[in-house]
Write a protein that binds this ligand. Structure first.
Ligand code: NDP
Length: 526
């Protein structure tokens, strides 16, 4: 029986709109757990967006000339300030997103602090000029410089409204750029809190700007002359944003939806797998791009796994996270309740078994019961569409091959999970699963593995956040080529082209690249 730690609240879920504008240029944000109005904010106009970007560009010129280690030292002040004011961040995240305080502290604040620390520590080496040993042009030497792009626009979603945009802000600033963020319409207060903390550090205020509003504000940001865009959101929005970036030739990173499969092999540790399904499926009410969105369990473990998951879900406490320590909080965006109801109806109509949950809660706030569906199959939308809510569908499989083939039967490829006691078996399965990241015997941890690239394949997007390469993506690579030997007045490859020089070039090509014994010996040097 699902325990609820919620009191009587004023509004029914159907009464709530997460945010609304009366066409008066204002954005209202509500607490999803209670329906209370939290704030009414002025929407940033398109002209203001352009001004914010122009001020950011001006601030960036002074910032870009600082050595990388100086930028890193200054940005560590931001980490310290965020840590000092972690309580305020947790409070804002809990109220505006409806997420449990543990998740606000661990998955948002702590992960962000660690991301800042790691990038600040490694940025000087990662962005140091690279000296290339040239294989052919031995008379020259090449350097690759990492040059700031300018202003980076970040358009972000509501499910992790602190760590997702602020992680990109820190990467952008370390790369010598300015950054302007368009937070989700559902979570502007988290962004404003982060900006307030940033401004308290003495870092240049205009270097990090905010544009508050709806999708059209995000569009205005992309059209404002930014030099790079990091977009995180749904696949359909991603298509529009990528097209807008493409038409302006603005390079971008696309972090889009996920449909992570969890493959439970016949030799998995049943208790750990069951707990992973519950945590991976219902943390943040399933509103995680790398949530466990479908389980493929081997015939031998299928029923015991479903039974254990049912028991564990029964122990979860759900309710208003700002009043009690609960395990499962509210649904941040009411749209996800409609999606959940539609997917459950479709699955039950096609023969799925409702193991537990299945309904939105009445009594106030936006809550949906953690739901497990068994006996699922690929005719059901719940096995294909991104759920982004508290539903875990489970399907029986007879072999690893079948599980892999079903896992790959998806247009999305962000994350995947494999549970097996055999490292070799897990490796074999993970090599064949189509995903940007595969995690063995664990769930959700790879986003916090800041050393490793994070991102998707297929329609889950392109480009990566985290890892050394994503920091380098914040910069242009500029190749500077120097002469290293005294050079003649006229290069033999320059004009004029003569029969004699052509003859010598032909001989040279044969000598270096030819298949004869001499060519093989000399060519091997190149
Ligand atoms: P949306 O795509 O609805 O929105 C994302 C952001 O884009 C919001 O700030 C939104 O503004 C803005 N936006 C909407 N339309 C436009 C437009 N035409 N031009 C520019 N910006 C626009 O996603 P959600 O906020 O609903 O987030 C959920 C989705 O994000 C899920 O699909 C999830 O999988 C994905 N996600 C992916 C992650 C990853 O790393 N791959 C991580 C986290 C989430 P507004 O809110 O005002 O509409």
């Amino acid at each position: 029986m699902l325990a609820r730690a919620m009191g009587q609240l004023a509004l029914e879920p159907s009464d709530l709109r997460r945010t609304s504008t009366g066409g008066d240029g204002r954005l209202r944000t509500y607490a999803p757990a209670t329906g209370a109005l939290l704030a009414e904010l002025q929407i940033t106009s398109d002209e203001e967006v352009r001004q914010i970007v122009a001020r950011a560009r001006k601030a960036q010129r002074a910032w870009a000339v600082l050595p990388v280690d100086e930028r890193a030292q200054r940005l560590l002040r931001l980490r310290d300030a965020l840590a000092d004011r972690a309580d305020e961040l947790v409070e804002t995240l809990t109220r505006e997103c409806g997420k449990p305080r543990h998740e606000a502290l661990v998955q948002e604040v702590t992960t962000l602090l660690d991301i800042i620390g790691w990038f600040c520590k490694h940025a000087p080496d990662t962005l140091a000029t690279q000296h290339l040993a040239l294989h052919l042009m031995k008379h020259r030497t090449s350097e690759v410089h990492f040059v700031p792009r300018g202003v980076v626009g970040v358009v972000s979603p509501w499910n992790f409204p602190l760590v997702i945009p602020m992680g990109s802000v820190v990467e952008a600033l370390l790369g010598g750029n300015a950054c302007v963020v368009k937070p989700s319409e559902c979570t502007p207060l988290v962004a404003l809190k982060a900006k307030d903390i940033y401004d308290s550090t003495g870092l240049p205020e205009d270097l990090f700007g905010l544009a508050i509003g709806y999708g059209s504000t995000g569009q205005a940001l992309i059209e404002s002359g930014i030099d790079y865009c990091v977009f995180t959101g749904a696949v359909e929005t991603g298509r529009k944003v990528a097209a807008a970036c493409g038409s302006r030739l603005v390079p971008c990173t696309m972090e889009l939806g996920g449909k992570a499969p969890l493959i439970a092999c016949e030799d998995c540790d049943l208790e750990r797998t069951a707990r992973a399904v519950v945590f991976g499926g219902f943390a943040n009410s399933g509103q995680v791009c790398i949530s466990v969105e479908r389980v493929y369990a081997h015939d031998r473990v299928y029923e015991p796994l479903v039974d254990r998951v049912r028991a564990l879900v029964g122990e979860l406490r759900q309710g208003d996270p700002s009043r009690d320590h609960v395990d499962v909080g509210a649904i941040t965006s009411s749209r996800q309740i409609d999606v959940a109801e539609r997917l459950i109806d479709d699955a039950l109509g096609k023969g799925a078994r409702l193991v537990c949950g299945g309904h939105k809660l009445t009594g106030g706030g936006q809550f949906f019961e953690p739901t497990v569906l068994a006996d699922c199959n690929h005719t059901m939308s719940v096995m294909h569409e991104e759920i982004f809510g508290p539903i875990v569908p489970v399907m029986k499989v007879m072999s690893d091959d079948e599980a892999i083939s079903l896992a790959n039967d998806s247009h999305l490829g962000l994350n995947a999970y494999v549970f097996s006691k055999s490292r070799d078996r897990a490796r074999r399965v993970s090599e064949r699963v189509e995903a940007g990241s595969v995690v063995v015997n664990d769930v959700l941890t790879n986003y916090a593995t800041v050393e490793a690239p994070f991102g998707g394949i297929k329609h889950s997007g392109f480009g990566r956040v985290h890892g050394a390469e994503s920091l380098r993506d914040m910069c242009h690579r500029k190749h500077v080529s120097f002469d290293r030997l005294p050079a003649p007045g006229r290069d033999p490859f320059w004009f004029p082209y003569t029969a004699r020089s052509f003859h010598w070039l032909q001989r040279g090509v044969r000598l270096v690249f030819g298949g004869g014994p001499l060519g093989k010996r000399i060519g091997g040097l190149f």
